[in-house]
Design a protein around this ligand. Structure first.
Ligand SMILES: [Fe+2]
Length: 198
């Protein structure tokens, strides 16, 4: 694991443009993308990766989703490619994003950098934490604790579409114990609570 590169190349200069794309294209998915950007920034700091680069990948990884009418076949395809081309993003950003959709793109874009592994594991977790927040009486992320999240993870009927295995893979793929992974992601999301509207 230690021998893996942190990221393919750095593209943190795209951060202002990434915010622009988010405002332009993300609607229902916006909170998930902001949350994932913040979590990826925290993970970059933990592993020594380039934080702005990791944040950009997190912020843009589902940028096409609100345009696709739940068509999974098209996810990370030509729509996303066009959006990224509009900000002159390098091919490596599209490749990093495609890698998170492992069931579709895993062969061509394997989880061969720490950035890619982190994005793969944290993607389902940020969505899950938002779901946990929304069932709190206050609907405030400040009131969510690690144990609220672990408890709900065991409840298979809750947010059933979330792939728990992808989250728990943090132990094997990243070497981070599950509770610690949840704790650092939750903490990162709390720092952007205002932007998340939670
Ligand atoms: Fe996602």
């Amino acid at each position: 694991m230690d021998s893996l590169p942190l990221q393919s190349i750095e593209y943190g200069h795209l951060l202002p443009a990434a915010h622009g794309l988010l405002n332009e294209h993300a609607k229902q998915t916006k909170a998930h993308l902001i949350a994932t950007g913040a979590a990826m920034e925290a993970l970059a700091k933990r592993f020594g990766g380039d934080a702005p680069t990791w944040k950009v990948a997190g912020m843009l990884h589902d940028l096409d989703w609100d345009h696709l009418e739940k068509d999974w076949e098209q996810h990370c395809g030509s729509t996303l490619e066009g959006m990224l081309r509009s900000i002159n993003a390098p091919a490596e950003l599209l490749a990093d994003i495609r890698a998170h959709y492992a069931s579709m793109y895993g062969e061509k874009y394997p989880l061969d950098t720490m950035l890619r592994k982190c994005l793969y594991c944290v993607d389902e977790l940020t969505g899950f934490i938002i779901a946990v927040t929304l069932v709190r009486p206050s609907k405030k992320i400040a009131d969510v604790e690690v144990k609220s999240v672990t408890k709900k993870m065991k409840d298979k009927a809750f947010a059933a579409q979330v792939d728990r295995e992808q989250i728990t893979k943090c132990e094997e793929l990243l070497g981070i114990p599950l509770e610690e992974f949840i704790g650092m992601t939750l903490q990162a999301m709390k720092t952007v609570a205002g932007e998340l509207g939670l």
